[in-house]
Design a protein around this ligand. Sequence first.
Ligand code: G3P
Ligand code: CA
Length: 267
Amino acid sequence: WHHVAVTADRRPIRVIAHRGASEDAPEHSLAAYRQAITEGADALECDVRLTADGHLVCVHDRRINRTSNGRGAVSALELAQLAELDFGSWKSPAGTGAETPDSADPERTTVLTLDRLLRLVAEAERPVDLAIETKHPTRWAGQVESRLLDLLARHPLPGQVRVMSFSARSLRRVRLAAPGLPTVYLMQFLLPRHRGGRLPAGNLIAGPSIRIVRRDPGYVARAHRAGHEVHVWTVDDPADVELCARLGVDAIITNRPRTVREQLDRL
Ligand code: G3P
Ligand code: CA
């Protein structure tokens, strides 16, 4: 007999795979997302950035230096240039020689486009949600959001997609063009005007960092009272998972979907 951790209104806490199963596989690789689906994630999280030739790719940092064997800003490189680079081998243990699991498998090393990720979700064996984060979109005057909405129009996944951002302006642009798409307002710190649980108008879901929740556990109940779901990032530590479960958050965003799922199932 075991209990499934549930939110205050008795729905199971959902597990969202942050950049895929990114503790094990290279973040934002097709392999990391396939693994997350296999491990039972309810949703996949990805960051998107615009290339110099207008493609959305799943890359977290402004520059590709940390996660590839290339250098430079995503925005200064074309998709064909990114496609020639290795986005996976950095994850392999250093000094292990030529052939590693990461360097041998194109699904671990090839830069992932949002287009490809949408196809993966559309073709998945079971329904899985997608939480897409627009990264620093204010610099591109709406191009990130319009490209994103073009892609979603081409790969309709009704009810499965939400858009996240630290930028209220980006989320407003998304809602103006696609009023039905839920938006998640991400917060690194709790600004005084958000302490009561209210979000900038129109956002359905609060996305506080785990630091906010540790410092101010009452935030979760206040956001719920204000009518918002609460999706917390990035929660890898078992003590934090337990805290989130106790507070009845709606979703946990984690690099280790299998471990978190197993812990929640034991609670
Ligand atoms: O899911 C939200 C979280 O991913 C925001 O932080 O830096 O990991 O994109 P970051
Ligand atoms: Ca992110």
